[in-house]
Design a protein around this ligand. Structure first.
Ligand SMILES: N[C@@H](CCC(=O)N[C@@H](CS)C(=O)NCC(=O)O)C(=O)O
Length: 207
């Protein structure tokens, strides 16, 4: 299999870079300079019409959206490495649910809070009540994850899996944007365990 990963430092590609490293999947890595607009080059837009990283090319077929790529990596490489449940394992259902939850449910609220208050966004779009509402909702969601971790060390059970990698990276990004997780002691303790993983250190440390 020939795999090419298009990425950029500290971007939506970071969890995918992280997963490739954790799974030790051989691939070619192309780092795009987003500030120079390399993601809008016609050759790249032919792979991903959104002009965004991450983008992966699998034996000539392009694939975009980080969550889709992560779930595919789990299916294709994670099962054999004991880091993702097999297709007929009920835990696969749980893995798909929590990883999608982190990007879609948690991620949408995080984006909302960013648009409504971040100094990296156009101040004309800021809206303090919306930012407060999104932050309160995010705390409620962290409460759900805290409850999930009441009787297990990791999201699926006793062992670290790609589910922890995906959720751990979404929550890492959330904390970088200023979201506090310390009101949820099990989430904080689990995230500390996830951060011990060597692949986490490589993915999130400055080069
Ligand atoms: N939902 C997409 C988001 C991808 C995304 O927004 N990537 C950003 C980097 S964080 C990008 O490539 N931006 C370049 C641009 O918009 O010009 C995913 O998760 O893959």
């Amino acid at each position: 299999m020939t795999l090419t990963l298009y990425a950029a430092p500290f971007s939506s590609a970071t969890p995918v870079v992280h997963a490739f490293d954790e799974l030790d999947v051989p691939h070619e890595r192309v780092m795009l300079d987003l500030a120079k607009g390399e993601q809008r080059a016609p050759d790249f837009l032919a792979l991903n019409p959104n002009g965004k990283v991450p983008t992966v090319v699998v034996d000539g077929t392009p694939m975009f959206e980080g969550l889709a790529i992560l779930q595919w990596l789990g299916d294709r490489f994670g099962v054999a490495r004991g880091l993702w449940p097999a297709a007929d394992d009920p835990a696969r259902l749980t893995a798909l649910s929590w990883t999608t939850w982190s990007y879609v449910t948690f991620g949408a609220l995080l984006s909302c809070s960013q648009w409504a208050s971040s100094d990296r966004m156009d101040p004309a779009l800021h809206h303090a009540p919306l930012a407060d509402h999104a932050r309160a909702q995010l705390q409620e969601l962290l409460g759900l994850l805290d409850a999930r971790l009441a009787d297990r060390a990791f999201v699926l059970g006793d062992d670290y899996t790609l589910v922890d990698l995906v959720l751990g990276d979404v929550i890492a990004y959330a904390t970088f944007t200023g979201l506090a997780i310390d009101a949820h002691p099990r989430v904080a303790a689990w995230h500390a365990r996830v951060r011990e993983r060597p692949s986490y250190q490589t993915a999130w440390s400055p080069a």
